[in-house]
Write a protein that binds this ligand. Structure first.
Ligand SMILES: *[C@@H]1O[C@H](CO)[C@@H](O)[C@H](O)[C@H]1NC(C)=O
Ligand SMILES: *[C@@H]1O[C@H](CO)[C@@H](O)[C@H](O)[C@H]1NC(C)=O
Ligand SMILES: *[C@@H]1O[C@H](CO)[C@@H](O)[C@H](O)[C@H]1NC(C)=O
Ligand SMILES: *[C@@H]1O[C@H](CO)[C@@H](O)[C@H](O)[C@H]1NC(C)=O
Ligand SMILES: *[C@@H]1O[C@H](CO)[C@@H](O)[C@H](O)[C@H]1NC(C)=O
Length: 382
């Protein structure tokens, strides 16, 4: 954060970037604390999806010109300028590729999850695209293998939906943030007939997941369906993952060269984000929080999903000019920032490893830390 701010100040002085990139201060959170949130997120993220989400959060918070939520075409510069060098995001991609086991197709060990390692794919694609050594094909090859795994090796439901689990066909709302944004980004960068097809596949996977998980009566997604057990509750983080993943795919399509051929897909994605925001904020508590199972009054308050949904709401509002959920998002933002202590830890989170329980005393949520960064980035752009 401090580097980003320093670079921004210098770049502004040199007239190189627009003032829209300067993060605004918000009530209750100063940049010292935000930097601690960031360092804690870096320090405790260990699982594939946590590191993938962290890479996205660092990109949006520190290197916003490289995030999918900017105007203009999606292609990053082929050489990154020194003030937008994304050193920490690219370091994640390098670590992943250095540690990649020989003979495996996925970017890292998903511990049984099909979708999760793909969340690292956007950082790997960025590392490839901006590499200095043009003979270095490791990142491109690894991204291609990860894509191939998703499209032709992973188990699928009868509908064609790619399973979120390896051992059996099972669909989790979490998948929508993990895999479709990678598939879409891959396609947008390929920028040819095959790339167009990948954008459509990213959209189709979301459509198939929604067919399986959307509960129209509640305007909410169930968490898990098919396989040997289900979670039919309206898990708050699952709804936020789905909305956030759809928002990413929507903006990637809009910024691709195929946007004008994919108008109806964009309209649907915006509507599908909106229906989750509508269903979720209806259950916002007086103090701004969401409950872990959002419509179950005896469920506990969860600041983590509250942060991701608020970030997604601000992105939705910026993208569509539909501000009807803004007030809910601001109340949530205030609650989230009140839930962060002096040391930069977010409190009152769900346990990311067991979704029906609170984080145990003294432990913190890696994804929750990253969601705060996503929220800070969305607010800075607002
Ligand atoms: C930000 O918070 C830190 C830690 O509490 C404090 O030391 C510092 O004075 C605060 N800075 C501003 C500008 O409020
Ligand atoms: C990361 O955590 C270790 C202890 O587990 C601590 O010593 C170190 O200072 C932390 N690093 C940062 C950047 O917060
Ligand atoms: C993969 O194989 C190459 C060459 O055979 C070797 O240098 C590298 O250390 C291996 N990587 C891992 C993670 O085992
Ligand atoms: C890697 O980057 C090169 C441009 O340097 C590009 O041609 C190639 O398609 C990229 N690979 C992937 C998988 O995006
Ligand atoms: C917010 O309200 C909920 C009940 O609606 C409560 O469980 C939670 O502790 C409150 N959170 C804070 C930070 O006050």
């Amino acid at each position: 954060m401090i580097w980003y701010r320093l670079y921004t100040v210098i770049a502004l002085y040199l007239g190189l970037v627009s003032s829209a990139l300067v993060p605004r201060a918000f009530p209750g959170l100063n940049t010292t604390i935000l930097r601690r949130v960031r360092n804690n997120a870096v320090n405790i993220s260990t699982h594939s999806w946590e590191i993938g989400t962290l890479a996205e959060a660092l990109t949006e918070a520190e290197w916003p010109a490289l995030s999918p939520f900017m105007p203009g075409l999606i292609f990053p510069p082929t050489r990154l300028p020194w003030w937008e060098n994304a050193y920490d995001v690219l370091a994640i991609a390098e670590m992943i590729i250095d540690q990649k086991a020989n003979g495996t197709l996925t970017l890292t060990d998903g511990q049984g999850a099909v979708g999760d390692p793909a969340s690292l794919g956007q950082a790997v694609l960025l590392r490839n695209w901006t590499r200095v050594d043009l003979t270095d094909t490791r990142f491109s090859t690894a991204a291609g293998e990860q894509l191939g795994y998703l499209l032709s090796q992973a188990p699928r439901a009868a509908s064609g939906a790619i399973s979120h689990r390896e051992s059996e066909v099972q669909l989790w709302s979490d998948f929508v943030y993990m895999a479709p944004p990678f598939i879409a980004y891959f396609g947008a960068l390929q920028n040819d007939v095959g790339g167009h097809a990948l954008l459509q596949i990213a959209y189709d996977q979301i459509r198939l997941y929604r067919d399986a998980l959307f509960d129209a009566d509640a305007s909410l997604w169930r968490h898990i369906t098919l396989g040997s057990w289900e979670d039919t509750g309206h898990w708050a983080t699952g709804n936020a993952w789905a909305a956030a993943g759809m928002m990413r795919v929507l903006t990637i399509i809009r910024r691709s060269n195929f946007a004008s051929q994919m108008e109806s897909q964009q309209d649907n994605l915006a509507q599908w984000v909106n229906e989750i925001l509508t269903g979720m904020w209806r259950y916002q508590q007086d103090n701004g929080t969401l409950l872990n199972y959002v419509d179950q009054p005896d469920s506990f308050a969860d600041s983590s999903s509250t942060a991701l949904l608020a970030a997604t709401t601000l992105r939705y509002s910026l993208f569509t000019d539909d501000g009807k959920h803004d007030i809910a998002a601001f109340q949530a933002l205030e609650l989230v920032f009140r839930s962060i202590d002096e040391d930069g830890w977010l409190h009152n989170t769900v346990n990311p490893l067991w979704f029906s329980e609170r984080s145990p005393d003294g432990s913190h949520s890696p994804e929750g830390q990253s969601f705060v960064l996503l929220l800070a980035a969305a607010w800075a752009a607002f």
